[in-house]
Design a protein around this ligand. Structure first.
Ligand code: ATP
Length: 234
């Protein structure tokens, strides 16, 4: 199993946000965590990454307990995060942003190969490699955020709300590319856009109030009554 999370609890100060969250993300698949605003989806990714300290529970990468490692160690070992809001360096060019993603020793050794790889996946970024990141469209900036995370050569890629603020057509294109990534790694996607996420997911979890309330193959969740009513407007 690429990523296994068991009974994760965490929060901010005295506010507990996650209450025993468990899920798995095997390589070769897209797994999504879906849920409403404030459910704790971002907190889940930040806790897996170690940006938010876990209170309890276990995070395993390929069977190795990494729960207490700091974020930079997790990146070295193969977990990368595409954060909510993209967090690009707007004054730097596309290519400079990409190079910033390859800061670990393991990634630096493969930097040329990695650039070629992300430019093949996102030809638009190659065309625009000298352009300042802050002047690109929302969709292009999201592509760049994903591409930058790939430069670290992750085994597990965590993506937070990539569809936010993007037009449906742009979301469809971006998600097609995201679904290709699973050939090389495990992709864990957090989304409020439940319909779009279910389309590319192999397996999904529904998070509400810091607890997983539902899980299953995406093809089954699409048919689930609660999912239809609460998230698909059916
Ligand atoms: P959204 O899609 O709106 O980002 P989410 O499911 O990702 O929702 P989180 O961002 O994980 O939800 O937030 C879960 C809860 O934790 C919310 O009640 C939020 O107000 C709270 N929270 C998030 N970040 C912090 C913080 N830095 N300090 C205090 N509380 C926070």
């Amino acid at each position: 199993m690429a990523l296994r999370v068991s009974n994760l609890a965490s929060g901010y100060g005295r506010l507990q946000v996650l209450f025993g969250v468990s899920f798995e993300a095997p390589s070769g698949s897209v797994v999504s965590i879906l849920g409403p605003n404030g459910a704790g989806k971002t907190t889940t990714l930040l806790t897996v990454m170690g940006v938010v300290k876990p209170w309890d529970g276990v995070v395993e990468l390929e069977g190795v307990d990494v729960t207490w490692l700091p974020p930079h160690r997790k990146v070295e070992l193969g977990i990368s995060l595409v954060p909510e809001g993209r967090r690009l360096f707007p004054e730097m060019t596309v290519e400079e942003n990409l190079l910033m993603g390859a800061y670990t020793k393991r990634a630096r050794d493969k930097i040329h190969d990695s650039l070629e790889l992300v430019y093949t996946l996102f030809p638009r970024l190659k065309e625009r490699r000298k352009q300042k990141a802050g002047t690109m469209s929302g969709g292009e900036q999201q592509m760049l955020a994903v591409a930058r995370a790939l430069m670290a050569r992750p085994k597990v890629l965590l993506i937070d709300e990539p569809s936010a603020g993007l037009a449906p057509k742009v979301v469809a294109d971006l998600f097609q590319t995201i679904s290709q990534l699973k050939k090389e790694m495990s992709v864990l996607l957090v989304e409020q856009n439940v319909a779009a996420a279910l389309e590319i997911s192999d397996y999904s979890y529904v998070l509400e109030n810091g607890r997983i309330i539902l899980k299953g193959p995406a093809s089954e969740l699409v048919e689930n009554e609660h999912v239809k009513k609460a998230y698909l407007g059916v």
